[in-house]
Design a protein around this ligand. Structure first.
Ligand code: ATP
Length: 227
């Protein structure tokens, strides 16, 4: 279980997260939604040590969690915009994430999850389609054999059919018992694959509930801050 208590973060003088309390249960998928600028990416980046924790505490499976040791502690990020290295091949990008940790996500397993990446393993990321690049980013994160996978807008800019492929792959990852914290602008899609949903508004938690039954309409006030 990943537990955040009263976590705050700042960019200089601007508060990006304000006393965020959030529980992501082991083996479950938790959706993080909210308008542009609500703080979703900041929260994921904070969990990987890319944004410092200003106040608050975080525990992972009951032990204090230091985001600066995210990779060693089994927390991996699929970043918004993918951030692949084009000077490396597809395969080199993927194994960049590999760690000396036992787990199901060997290179063979990753190629079984994304067969197209096996075919393209010697290509450069820029020679791949957007969907294939997203698969590389997901594979790179999985190669660390994480306990918790953080996914930031993995559908962004992809054609609907390709989004379907990416989410089918994510379902297979979730079926292996992965704990997932997922940012998606599409509330319906995020809630379909999640057990719980947290909505952020201006860096604060504005709504938290089981995902079943949550709709864009029911989240309107929490999302936009209007009744
Ligand atoms: P989006 O859907 O647009 O990605 P988000 O919910 O992920 O939005 P964040 O990107 O976390 O929101 O941004 C939260 C707030 O922090 C916003 O007000 C944003 O302008 C600000 N912010 C984000 N990154 C930085 C940065 N590097 N420096 C300064 N302010 C930042």
């Amino acid at each position: 279980m990943l537990q955040l208590d009263e976590v705050s973060a700042w960019y200089g003088q601007a508060r990006a997260l304000d006393a965020v309390t959030l529980t992501v249960e082991t083996g479950q998928t938790h959706a993080l939604v909210g308008a542009n600028g609500a703080g979703k990416s900041t929260l994921l980046r904070l969990l990987c040590g890319l944004v410092p924790v200003y106040t608050g505490t975080i525990t992972l499976n009951g032990k204090p969690y230091d985001p600066r040791k995210a990779s060693a502690d089994g927390v991996a990020l699929v970043p918004e915009g993918r951030l692949l290295f084009d000077s490396l091949t597809v395969e080199e990008n993927v194994i960049l994430g590999a760690r000396d940790r036992a787990g199901p996500w060997s290179l063979t397993a990753l190629y079984a999850l994304f067969p197209i990446l096996s075919e393209k393993r010697h290509a450069r990321p820029s020679d791949l389609s957007g969907g294939q690049q997203q698969m590389v980013a997901i594979a790179r994160a999985l190669a660390t054999n994480p306990a918790v996978l953080l996914c930031d807008e993995i559908a962004l800019g992809l054609a609907p059919a390709v989004v379907g492929d990416v989410y089918v792959a994510l379902a297979r990852v979730r079926a292996q018992g992965m704990t997932v914290l997922l940012v998606d602008q599409d509330i319906a899609r995020a809630c379909r694959v999640s057990t719980h949903v947290t909505c952020l508004l201006k860096g604060r938690v504005s709504h938290q509930a089981p995902a079943a039954g949550v709709t864009a309409q029911s989240l309107r006030a929490a999302y936009f801050g209007v009744a």
